[in-house]
Design a protein around this ligand. Structure first.
Ligand SMILES: NC(=O)c1ccc[n+]([C@@H]2O[C@H](COP(=O)([O-])OP(=O)(O)OC[C@H]3O[C@@H](n4cnc5c(N)ncnc54)[C@H](O)[C@@H]3O)[C@@H](O)[C@H]2O)c1
Length: 432
């Protein structure tokens, strides 16, 4: 039976390479649609956990993983031999930045594609889901896969489909976020569409992989630029003694032409702080220097330093300095209601505070330990003792389970970077 029919009747075996946030969420949708799945991840501890029926991704329940493993619907492995059994291969590996240059680091994608090439066979469908710069699929991946002697669009199918999942978002999950698909030929798109149409609510085909790659970068750069704009507004409002939160709330009453974004302690996560660099890099390679994007990135990058200066300012009237002061950080995850600390601004804030000689502790209901860039701290319970014992409580992440009344009641002074204490009065509360 041809692949298209096997995709349509769900007898095709789908593979997912990279079983992290994105890959495991995708596994979930494939499994719920009735496909048999083979997952591959080089992290053996993740493979062991999955084999034991344990999920390490908050949005994917362990019971579901356990059920699929038990029935054999989901098989997982830490080597690539099983790629030969896959009819489709979705690549969901990381696309970070190089530490010093901040240029795209495609090494994970390249490792995965080289390993897939060894097992590539006719009629296989390969889809890249990782976020990357336009041109990656046709200029980087296609030539590597074609070294197998097979030709994309003729012998196998190749597509790009950006993952748009938003971890922790209970309204929008992989299933009900429209799926963009671009292929290197019309047949490639048709096959990728057939796969996703069975599991996701809406599939949006675009004319090329370049367009699909650029869609994702536009979405995330849009967020970066707007957050940069509102962070700049926050800094300006603070100079003018205007409440930026009230300004945003009032502006949001406009029924058209305005969409609220909120200031904060800086960008975090695997996407928003990273993706604009992919775009800027590609732009500069082509002799185009994006001004607006680079300016927004800079404003956002300066926020952790600004927050630390705010803490210093609020301590001054209390005749205290940062050196020797106890600062309790509430929330270290990069955004609310998640345990993800990747690129979290809390990490830089902690480092800056420590450089200034402050004694830093944190409390986060989702994060038990923080060990990033040489910083090793354990979360402490957010109780009266912890709050009253701090010279300043600094709210970096506004998890919804935190008792903010308790924070306001017992803290000597609070710097609130998220407006988490909205509606709670008190001269000791300092909003961004
Ligand atoms: N996390 C998000 O919210 C999100 C949303 C949309 C898009 N994305 C994009 O999706 C991609 C994956 O992100 P993520 O958050 O799932 O990352 P992640 O770090 O959570 O997961 C990636 C997984 O890939 C595995 N891996 C690394 N190299 C591998 C290889 N060569 N072969 C097999 N497995 C390998 C890692 O062990 C890890 O388990 C990135 O490009 C990211 O930008 C992420």
């Amino acid at each position: 039976m041809a692949l298209l029919e096997r995709l349509q009747d769900r007898s095709a075996k789908v593979g997912v390479i990279g079983l992290g946030y994105v890959g495991l969420s995708l596994v979930r949708e494939f499994a719920r649609a009735g496909y048999r799945i083979i997952g591959v991840d080089i992290d053996e501890s993740k493979i062991r956990q999955l084999q034991d029926g344990k999920s390490y991704v908050m949005d994917v329940p362990s019971e579901e993983i356990g059920k699929w493993i038990e029935t054999g619907q989901l098989e997982v492995a830490s080597d690539y031999d099983r790629v030969r059994d896959m009819d489709c291969v979705s690549i969901c590996v990381p696309t970070p930045l190089r530490a010093k240059s901040k240029d795209p680091d495609l090494s994970y994608v390249l490792d995965a594609v080289v390993a897939i090439r060894e097992h590539l066979h006719r009629s296989q469908l390969v889809i890249l889901e990782s976020t990357t710069f336009p041109g990656t699929t046709t200029e980087v991946i296609q030539p590597i896969l074609e070294e197998s002697g097979l030709v994309a669009g003729r012998d196998f199918y190749l597509a790009f489909s950006p993952e748009r999942v938003d971890p922790g978002n209970s309204s929008y999950r992989t299933r009900n976020i429209p799926k963009i698909v671009g292929g290197v030929s019309a047949e490639c798109v048709r096959h990728a569409e057939a796969l996703y149409e069975n599991c996701l609510e809406q599939v949006v085909a675009v004319s090329s992989t370049d367009v699909a790659e650029m869609v994702k970068l536009l979405e995330n750069t849009f967020r970066t630029v707007n957050i940069g704009l509102v962070n700049e507004f926050a800094l300006l409002c603070s100079k003018l003694n205007i409440d930026v939160w009230e300004v945003i709330e009032a502006a949001s009453t406009k029924p058209f032409g305005f969409m609220p974004f909120y200031p904060g302690p800086g960008l975090g996560g695997h996407c928003i702080p990273v993706d604009p660099h992919y775009l800027s890099w590609k732009a500069k390679v082509n002799g185009f220097h994006p001004k607006l994007i680079d300016a927004a990135v800079q404003v956002n990058q300066e926020m952790p330093g600004h927050i630390v200066r705010r803490v210093r300012e609020v301590l001054k009237p209390l005749k205290k300095e940062l050196r020797g002061s106890k600062i309790l950080i509430v929330g270290v995850a990069y955004k609310r209601n998640t345990d993800d600390v990747r690129e979290s601004p809390a990490i830089e804030i902690i480092e800056l505070l420590k450089q200034e000689g402050a004694e830093v502790g944190f409390s986060d209901p989702f994060v038990a330990q923080l060990s990033e860039n040489g910083t090793r701290l354990s979360s402490r319970p957010l109780d009266e003792d912890a709050l009253a014992g701090a010279d300043c409580v600094l709210i970096v992440t506004d998890h919804s389970s935190v008792d903010y009344e308790l924070v306001a009641r017992h803290a000597a002074v609070v710097v609130d970077t998220r407006n988490a204490l909205k509606d709670i009065p008190g001269e000791h509360i300092h909003r961004l």
